[in-house]
Design a protein. Structure first.
Length: 104
DNA sequence: CCGTTGACGGCGA
DNA sequence: ATCGCCGCCAACG
């Protein structure tokens, strides 16, 4: 987990009530263009992890489908709504309003 | 060693 | 705005 440590560390910085995109996390972690590796790193997480994985969404503000099954997608949406983040008619979050700005 | 796969994203048609 | 193709790179068989 040597190289992904930067990724997990960056995800931990996302404040509650905010979300960040895979590409954004990659950039903040010093790995621009490696959005896919961020997704791969998230898939490797265990349930006891202190990483707020649910705050990571795709570039359109939506929840990406995963091989683990649709159940986790539901859980992610529930966790985000519990933090006050609303989903639009197309199941997407308004990144302009709820996207994480690292400089804040 | 090589081909496939995958929690993605950008660009062109 | 939507769709499809391609690039990125680590993990697996």
């Amino acid at each position: 987990m040597s190289r992904y440590g930067r990724i997990y560390d960056t995800v931990r910085k996302i404040p509650a009530g905010r979300v960040a995109t895979y590409g954004q996390i990659a950039m903040e972690a010093g790995l621009p263009g490696h959005a896919r590796q961020v997704g791969y790193a998230m898939a490797a997480l265990t349930e006891g992890s202190d990483v707020p994985w649910h705050r990571v969404v795709n570039a359109r503000g939506g929840i990406s489908a995963r091989s683990a099954g649709p159940a986790f997608e539901q859980i992610q949406r529930l966790l985000l709504e519990a933090e006050g983040i609303p989903f639009g008619p197309e199941d997407h979050i308004d990144l302009e309003r709820y996207g994480w700005d690292p400089s804040e």
